[in-house]
Design a protein around this ligand. Structure first.
Ligand SMILES: Cc1cc2nc3c(=O)[nH]c(=O)nc-3n(C[C@H](O)[C@H](O)[C@H](O)COP(=O)(O)OP(=O)(O)OC[C@H]3O[C@@H](n4cnc5c(N)ncnc54)[C@H](O)[C@@H]3O)c2cc1C
Length: 415
């Protein structure tokens, strides 16, 4: 069986749906192939306000709003009794001041159903097995359907949005290890029976659990909450090997978690993910572009995954449209450099989180409100705002600030 399309999108996660939406709106023929049957579980439940710009421009806001997902207005960090509270309405960059906390199975299905409503063909349970690129940049992709049928799809361009599947980097050996330490997460969804007993029950909370170990609490509008622990693989060696036991031991190790989730029932057995940081040698090539997680995924600490998936897919699809309309595209300048700048900014924040620099800044005794607004913009995902010194000078600004905070905190402590 052979078929043709202008653009083939691999993967129907947020990156794939955003790409398909823009390509279709430009009047080009687009087809999405997705390995799984939706709804399917995927982690990545806390969004950033920067996603909202893309979701709006891609025409998804109405469909998502109708699902009544939990709204998210900021990020709250807890360390024992200390609180560092960031409210997106105070961000330095003018942009969206809120977003959502979403069970991704429902969220991703909402996007795909909207694509289908617009007449875009999405093939579920269809796995890309091989791609052959031709000299004129066209490609022939071999896919396997769930009924065993093999189909060859000829495309003028491929957008690889296959997330952790990393289709093109794996097929063409473009994978490159990240320079971040490998980490492991253990997580589950729980019945959050004691949610209303706590202050601001529906807010996402990041708990500092131990040095370099943190916890996410992401409440959904359904009454279910996502709870996950992130630390080095060695950290978990002191706990039971049995997942459920390990998860309850971890909960018992922190007063806030114990009070809220001590007797909570699990919706599914805790799952484990590890060593997720990977990147690719190049983000584009003759006839293809990589978007979303396939480009680079750093770390979950600042919930940047879906933001990068949506922003990179919007940019990539606009460039694909330009290219297929006969214009010249400088992929290095117009795509790689732009995405890399955002990734590098977040990388500095991720590294500063794990080496303790950011905790020092977040839990400063007298935080400077102007600086806090600038850091808040980064946490909202506005990492392309060159007017923000905490974006522009991301490598040095945090270190310098931490040194100042250190001195100020010591002065405050003096009798
Ligand atoms: C522990 C952890 C916690 C996280 N928490 C957050 C968070 O709070 N917020 C956040 O924004 N991000 C978070 N992330 C990151 C988030 O999971 C990803 O960044 C996000 O899902 C990327 O979206 P995507 O569309 O690129 O890929 P995905 O959502 O992974 O979608 C890719 C799709 O491609 C399909 N596919 C794969 N291979 C093939 C193939 N061969 N053929 C056809 N289809 C294929 C897959 O089935 C999948 O549906 C977290 C990550 C980890 C590891």
């Amino acid at each position: 069986m052979n078929s043709k399309t202008d653009v083939l999108v691999i993967g129907a996660g947020p990156a794939g749906s955003i790409a398909a939406s823009f390509v279709h709106r430009a009047g080009l023929q687009v087809r999405v192939v997705e390995r799984e049957k939706f709804p399917r579980f995927v982690i990545g439940e806390s969004l950033l306000p920067r996603c909202m710009d893309v979701l709006e421009e891609a025409g998804f806001l109405e469909a998502i709003t109708a699902k009544h997902f939990q709204q998210k207005f900021g990020a709250k960090f807890l360390r024992g009794e200390e609180i560092a509270d960031f409210n997106f309405s105070e961000s330095f960059t003018h942009g969206w001041t809120w977003t959502w906390q979403v069970p991704r199975a429902d969220f991703d299905l909402t996007l795909v159903e909207e694509l289908q409503r617009r007449g875009i063909l999405v093939d579920f349970e269809t796995t890309v097995n091989w791609i052959e690129f031709q000299e004129d940049e066209r490609s022939v992709t071999t896919v396997l359907h769930s009924n065993g049928d093999i189909e060859k799809i000829e495309a003028r361009f491929i957008i690889d949005a296959s997330g952790y599947g990393r289709v093109i980097p794996r097929l063409f050996k473009l994978d490159r290890p990240s320079n971040l330490e490998p980490r492991r997460a253990i997580f589950a969804h729980l019945q959050d029976m004691h949610r209303t007993d706590v202050d601001e029950p529906n807010r996402i909370i990041i708990v500092s659990y131990a040095p370099q170990v943190w916890v996410w609490i992401i409440p959904f509008s359904t009454g279910i909450t996502s709870l996950g622990f992130v630390g080095s693989p060695e950290f978990y060696q002191r706990f039971s090997e049995n997942r459920e036991k390990q998860f309850s031991e971890l909960i018992a190790g922190n007063a806030y978690l114990k009070n809220r989730f001590g007797n909570a029932s699990l919706i599914f057995e805790p799952r484990i993910l590890e060593a997720w940081s990977t990147t690719a040698d190049k983000f584009y090539g003759n006839g293809f572009v990589l978007t979303g997680n396939v480009t680079e995924f750093l770390d979950p600490i600042f919930s940047s995954g879906v933001m990068f998936a949506t922003v990179s897919s919007q940019l990539a699809s606009q460039l694909v449209i330009k290219k297929l309309q006969g214009e010249k595209v400088d992929w290095e300048i117009e795509y790689t450099n732009v995405i890399q700048q955002g990734v590098d900014t977040f990388r500095s924040y991720v590294m500063a989180w794990y080496d303790g620099t950011l905790e020092k800044i977040f839990f400063a005794k007298n935080p400077n409100p102007e600086i806090k607004r600038k850091i808040c913009s980064v946490l909202a995902g506005y990492v392309w705002d060159a007017d923000n010194a905490f974006v522009r000078k991301h490598t040095i600004a945090l270190k310098r600030l931490a040194r100042v905070v250190d001195v100020e905190d010591k002065l405050t402590e003096r009798p």
